[in-house]
Design a protein around this ligand. Structure first.
Ligand SMILES: [Zn+2]
Length: 154
């Protein structure tokens, strides 16, 4: 079974950074720019296109992307899809930081998989991500069908 990484594991595997609450955009944060510069990459990874993500998940996303293309999966990166987005969970300042803040989570096919609704994510896509031990947000108590994040196999 694929599990979510704890914050302690995320910080030890992907780094810890200082951050500030965004002064005008509620729920967004401003992470330490030096941490961002040394850990976040901007790369074209098919079929996702140009995305910002953590250095240490680039290889995974490459392999996942190849498998998705081989299996002819539909990936739609419109409607605000992406990976590195420094913010609190659900943009709520009283929630912990989102895994997107580390660039180790990715959202896509948003239109068909809005948060809190029954996900319509293609099962082929879910199983490809799970092969690489990425956790699917469709398994959250409040389903987040568009969301995958780096997890681990237990
Ligand atoms: Zn997400």
């Amino acid at each position: 079974m694929i599990k979510q990484l704890t914050y302690q594991e995320i910080k030890s595997d992907y780094g810890n950074f200082k951050y500030w609450e965004h002064p005008t955009l509620s729920g967004h944060i401003i992470p330490d720019i030096y941490w961002v510069a040394s850990h976040i990459r901007y790369q074209k990874i098919r079929p996702f296109g140009w995305i910002y993500c953590h250095d240490l998940v680039v290889n995974h996303l490459w392999k996942i992307g190849l498998d998705l293309m081989t299996a002819n999966c539909d990936i739609d990166m419109s409607h605000g899809a992406g990976c590195f987005v420094p913010k609190h969970i659900n943009f709520k300042t009283d929630k912990p930081l989102s895994r997107h803040s580390w660039g180790i989570a990715i959202d896509f096919n948003i239109k068909d998989n809005p948060i809190g609704q029954i996900p319509k994510m293609d099962k082929k896509i879910i199983s490809i991500f799970e092969e690489y031990h990425w956790f699917w947000g469709g398994n959250f108590k409040t389903p987040d069908g568009m969301h995958f994040e780096k997890g681990y196999l237990e």
